[in-house]
Design a protein around this ligand. Structure first.
Ligand code: HEM
Length: 176
């Protein structure tokens, strides 16, 4: 079984979830058989796995839907495929740090919110958490990210902020 076998990724995600549950409730959840595979095959969230160098090794139907690239177009490419130019230095600095230390700041429920590139050149807003992938000796072997498209909510919030600013401005204008 290769490091990037879907079953290995499903197991890493399940183990991370169990660890989190153990930490918070001291209970061990038994995931039903096939749960991981079913989640990976879903088209709602993107699951993207990469090797140590940040080369894409796994791309699920959710990633195809959100980013527009077919699995065959994404696997084997660098994450630069979906990371916008201006964010690459920060992304790769963080990525290399995580590969060197084996710890991510975004693996315990904290979300990373970023704009991402799609195949048709448009941008989407995504939020994601990171799961460490490790080899048999526990050394960092890559990462898996679970990403959700939050473009609609992001744009609604931006519009509301704009309207609020305009409304405050016009009220300020009236009272002067
Ligand atoms: C979709 C477009 C993406 C953008 C724009 C992006 C951007 C970024 C940025 C700005 C950071 C630095 C965060 C910080 O300093 O707090 C970062 C860190 C990181 N990114 Fe990405 N990223 C993207 C996708 C991904 C994907 C798909 C993966 C994994 C498969 C990934 C793995 C990482 C890792 C491991 C870190 C280090 C996190 C840490 O410090 O704990 N990124 N990224």
């Amino acid at each position: 079984m290769s490091d990037f076998d879907p079953r290995r990724i499903a197991r890493a995600i399940r183990e991370a979830q169990i660890t989190r549950m153990e930490q918070s409730t001291k209970l061990v959840a038994m995931a039903p058989d096939g749960l991981g595979e079913a989640v990976l095959a879903s088209a709602s969230d993107a699951v993207v796995a990469t090797d140590r160098e940040g080369i894409i090794t796994f791309w699920n139907p959710g990633a195809e839907r959100i980013f527009g690239f077919a699995t065959s177009e994404a696997v084997g490419r660098s994450l630069d495929l979906i990371v916008p130019d201006n964010l690459r230095p920060r992304h790769w600095a963080g990525y290399r740090h995580v590969m060197a230390t084996g710890e991510s700041r975004y693996g315990h429920g904290d979300l990373l919110s970023v704009p991402a590139l799609t195949k048709n050149g448009s941008r989407v807003s995504v939020e994601f958490t990171i799961v460490m992938l490790r080899d048999d000796r526990g050394r960092p072997a890559g990462t898996a990210a679970i990403l959700r498209d939050v473009t609609k909510r992001f744009e609604e919030t931006r519009q509301l902020k704009r309207e609020l600013a305009q409304s405050l401005q016009s009220k300020g204008g009236l009272s002067r």
